[in-house]
Design a protein around this ligand. Sequence first.
Ligand code: ZN
Length: 133
Amino acid sequence: MQKIEHLGIAVDNLEEANTLFSKLLGTKQYKVEEVDSEKVATSFFKIGDTKIELLEATAETSAIHKFIQKRGKGIHHIAFGVEDIYSEMKRLVQEGFELLNEVPKEGADNKLVCFLHPKTTGGVLVEICQDKK
Ligand code: ZN
């Protein structure tokens, strides 16, 4: 793992959250992107080397919708940047972590992503992500 690439925050209204986080961080979102496969609308803020990803559900089948229903809005996941997602996934499985997707998925912001089951990571939803080459 190279660094904390971003923190994912579940929001119930992306527009309102963009306004709030722009005020909080003193900078505007640099990108808004829908990820159809995940049924989310996202926006990204850059803070130094790290990003903040806001996620709003675009359908009731979205994991973000379910998360907010169950736990309310707030911090959703922590994402670590990796050089090679395939070798990192293999290493994590060998270490006993459970992957939520066996094959890397297309994520927002030009990434390949994989999530780890929170029951194997102390209750924290962990994402690993790699820049698409
Ligand atoms: Zn993420």
